[in-house]
Design a protein around this ligand. Structure first.
Ligand SMILES: [Zn+2]
Length: 606
């Protein structure tokens, strides 16, 4: 993936972009010893197992096993390609990088195509904002925004725009600026006409550009200005945009969300802007769909509290119910603020003020309680109604929820249905027992190969003193062998070991995870221990080699014995004896220190 960016350049970028700072923009990290830890953005967890190791410029998650360097982090978190991640960091930290001359033709083409898509979106966004600012053209829309109480500053920071009611204005504007119409069509900005040519998708609409976490325009939403249907229209999904993976306003709100440790989720663009207009900042909006697990995970990188704001209509209620398993599954505590029927955040704030949105966590009700209230409304003491309510709630209990939270739900539900907790639990367990995950047997003992790699990762200066080539030939695990070989190459090449560069050189997700995991587990030893350890590895690899030979000879011996071939037999016996003697010699020269402290489990495996 990285072969086309010179390694010297990668090292330069890595030096300039400290991993703690880069990752810290997306995950809140707390120092723990020489590491930094935080909640993993790649899997659901309540206690931090996502670990950043600044000295070695790598990260690793003990929970889900992801690991890598600054580049891999950005690639996975922001869904960038390697050149994009490198370019992004280079740009941000002022490192000159000329990708054009470093890419293969195919990579260059793919990169150009993606770039063209971003450029077309950017041109379109500019075109829309220019229209909004246009003295005559934009006047009705500016008046509309003023009526909605939206200050110009907010409109500007969200890059609001206007698509006039015309079939070909955008097409003309893009053509004049030399933009690719093919790209515009791929993005859904223009639509092919059944007879000939194209027409603009967004017409007569207030435009809301949708930005990714780097502030690039990836799609648009449009609200009709005059009468017409549909009221809201969004860009279709494209290679830049997936509605279930983005949240409107997150780019603008992420700092506020992090600072207040709170995210307020509203349903639409105008709800969000109405709150921004009243200086309520940590707000994001779903993009016209029910909240997805990925969106919840995205939020979790910035906050540990979410408040859903919905009007009390049936559609909103349904969306809210469906989101509970996502929050519970991601262990993101969520509360809900239900506005009176017919009110949206804008109309509500206009009448009642914004106090409720300033401190919504205190004002809101835990989502499960809300759902419970709703399911058990008017059930009285009728058994049938109670059972019906229980069926409504059953899916929540069967979702992947923290046991403590589930126990709490159980208590609340039992109380509400006036049944005992144990009876309720039994009922929930009996009907459709949740499948328990199969027991996974994990080898706990470190094997010799992993142990050696860890030793080298932490103490690479010993490499010239290890008979590493000899050990490498004995490796049985091909992946570990590849890792070890690359460590040697990297060390030879630089004269020292660079963990971050190693990750890039390995160029394979699994190898990259493994090496980061090993690196985090690797301890440095004081110099006086190193010699003992080097000796220890030498002995261990010899021993393993001898045992393999011994096994092979014994098999041969058996064959020869069965074939009654006397001469060979005696020679083989002599060889076996010799190996046994050498093994005994190794045992007797055994120094306990290294074995006991660092070879952990190795003897049982060798
Ligand atoms: Zn993880």
């Amino acid at each position: 993936m990285a072969s086309f960016i010179p390694e010297a350049k990668l090292l330069e970028i890595k030096e300039a972009a400290p991993i703690a700072e880069v990752i810290g923009q997306y995950v809140s990290l707390k120092p723990r010893g020489r590491y930094l830890v935080g909640l993993c953005p790649f899997h659901a967890e309540k206690t931090p197992s996502f670990t950043v190791y600044p000295e070695r410029n790598i990260f690793h998650c003990y929970g889900c096993g992801v690991g890598g360097n600054v580049f891999t982090f950005l690639m996975q978190h922001l869904r960038l390609t390697f050149p994009e991640a490198a370019t992004e960091l280079a740009k941000k930290y002022g490192i000159p990088l000329n990708l054009k001359k470093d890419l293969t033709p195919a990579e260059a083409r793919a990169s150009r195509q993606r770039q063209a898509l971003y450029e077309v979106n950017e041109l379109a966004a500019k075109f829309f904002t220019e229209n909004l600012g246009h003295p005559h053209l934009g006047k009705p829309v500016r008046e509309y925004l003023a009526r909605r109480g939206l200050p110009e500053g907010v409109a500007a920071s969200f890059r609001l725009g206007f698509a006039p009611d015309d079939w070909r204005l955008l097409i003309r504007a893009l053509s004049e600026r030399g933009a690719s119409l093919e790209a515009a069509q791929q993005l859904g900005l223009i639509v092919p006409h059944h007879s000939s040519g194209h027409y603009d998708r967004f017409r007569g609409r207030l435009i809301f550009p949708i930005l990714d976490l780097q502030g690039r325009v990836i799609a648009f939403g449009g609200r009709i200005i005059a009468d017409g249907e549909p009221k809201y229209l969004n860009s279709p999904e494209s290679s830049l945009y997936s509605k279930g993976r983005n949240l409107y306003g997150l780019f603008q709100a992420r700092e506020a969300i992090r600072k207040q440790n709170l995210a307020i989720l509203v349903e639409g663009y105008m709800d969000l802007l109405a709150l921004r207009a009243r200086n309520i900042e940590p707000v994001v909006a779903t993009l016209g769909t029910a909240l997805t697990r990925e969106q919840v995970r995205l939020l979790k990188g910035y906050t540990s509290r979410a408040v859903l704001v919905f009007d009390g209509d049936e559609a909103g209620l349904k969306a809210m119910r469906r989101s509970l398993p996502h929050f519970a599954g991601e262990h993101l505590p969520v509360r809900v603020l239900v506005l009176p029927p017919g009110e949206d955040p804008d109309s509500y704030a206009a009448k009642q003020g914004v106090e409720i949105f300033r401190n919504p966590w205190e004002e809101a009700k835990p989502l499960f309680e809300y759902i419970l209230d709703d399911a058990t409304r008017n059930i009285g003491d009728e058994l049938e109604k109670k059972l019906a309510a229980l069926e409504t709630l059953r899916p929540y209990f069967q979702s992947d929820v923290d046991p403590v939270e589930k126990a709490l739900w159980l208590r609340l539900t039992a109380k509400r249905l006036t049944v005992s907790e144990s009876a309720l639990e039994e009922s929930l367990a009996n009907k459709r027992p949740a499948l328990s995950a199969p027991m996974v047997c994990q080898a706990t003992a470190l094997n010799l190969e992993r142990s050696l790699i860890k030793f080298i990762l932490a103490n690479p200066e010993i490499l010239p003193r290890l008979d590493v080539e000899e050990y490498l030939e004995q490796f049985t695990d091909i992946k570990l062998q590849t890792i070890a070989r690359q460590i040697c190459n990297c060390h030879r090449q630089l004269g020292y070991l660079d963990h971050s560069l190693l990750v890039t050189q390995l160029d394979d997700d699994d190898l990259c995870r493994q090496v980061c995991s090993l690196s985090l587990a690797a301890e440095e030893y004081p110099p006086n221990h190193l010699e003992l350890l080097i000796e220890d590895y030498r002995r261990s690899f010899r021993k393993r080699q001898l045992k393999r030979q011994q096994k092979k000879l014994r098999l041969e011996l058996q064959e020869v014995y069965q074939a009654r071939n006397g001469g060979d037999f005696l020679a083989l016996v002599a060889q076996v004896r010799e190996i046994e003697q050498r093994l005994r010699d190794l045992e007797s020269s055994h120094e306990p220190l290294g074995e006991k402290e660092n070879m952990d489990g190795q003897r049982s495996q060798s």
